[in-house]
Design a protein around this ligand. Sequence first.
Ligand SMILES: [Zn+2]
Length: 372
Amino acid sequence: MLIDNIGELVTNDPELGVIRDAALVLGDGVVRWAGPGAQTPEAAGTERFDAAGRAVIPGFVDSHGHLVFAGDRAEEFAARMAGRPYTAGGIRITVEATRAASDQQLDATVARLVAEARRSGTTTIECKSGYGLTVEDERRSLEIAKAHTPETTFLGAHVPDGDPDAYVELVTGAMLDACAPHARWVDVFCESGAFDGEQARAVLTAGQAKGLGARIHANQLGHGPGVQIAVELGAASADHVTYTSDADVEALASSGTVATLLPAVEFSTRQPYPDARRLLDAGVTVALAADCNPGSSYTTSIPFCIALAVRECGMTPTEALHAATLGGAKALRRDDVGHLAAGAKADVVLLDAPSHVHLAYRPGVPLVARVW
Ligand SMILES: [Zn+2]
């Protein structure tokens, strides 16, 4: 298929960059060619789509989501907006509802959220377990997730269920054995009220020994050891990174670990936003993700996250788009998504706008016209 008359094509390719008056050739699920419209190859195919001068960008890569759950926590959100503080404990309400739900109910929720995310331009989405907290409930959460995405993450270590040390033994033992075959990644919520540094290290190293890649919820509610552990263990991503020391920023900058910012969480919990400017200026690779979950960020909208990142975290619109596409791909260690160079997956988004800048410039407006 040929998409032509593209007003602005954001390729995220270092050589192609942003192309005006561009065209894109897709075939067999991959990008065949991207470049100036005047140079469109002769054999571009018979099917043609006229972009009518609008912008085309890579599909969003949302590298952080908790989609397997039941129930919602709208009342908790309303109470928080009325002044009650946010803590890690509300997760237990969702755990109870999730355990009580059938496989079919959970599957329907994941399907609904993946479709919702896609309508706002997300074409790759990561999905964690973490609302089961028993061997069987974590295993089935991952089995349901993997029917919808290859990017599944074992998050048995979301909050301790019972005595923390005994629970870590379960997570690194029988639960990991049952879950590892259904997961690509292992994750842990390293935070006071969840797991400390030593426990987080034990969870991640056990997962790595089973062949899973590491990622971590780090430094969300306060300073902590999470970022340093991520770098030390070669994790693909440290997520949240709201509270960081100079040493944390330096460690991230000199590592292959991506800092994944989740500003919809700060929006929804009334916490201070992470300082993306400081991370970017230090040379840290930054990703932007939605962290869709019923407690602290019940949104699948990456355009909303882009608007927040620009307005509240000090990113430019171009940096925010980059973080939500190529940044997310790096956080998932994928080189086939997040860009539109030849050979990339044909995950393409048409905006009802002449430029990607409109994603932040026109917040709350459904600008995603079409998703391939
Ligand atoms: Zn999360």
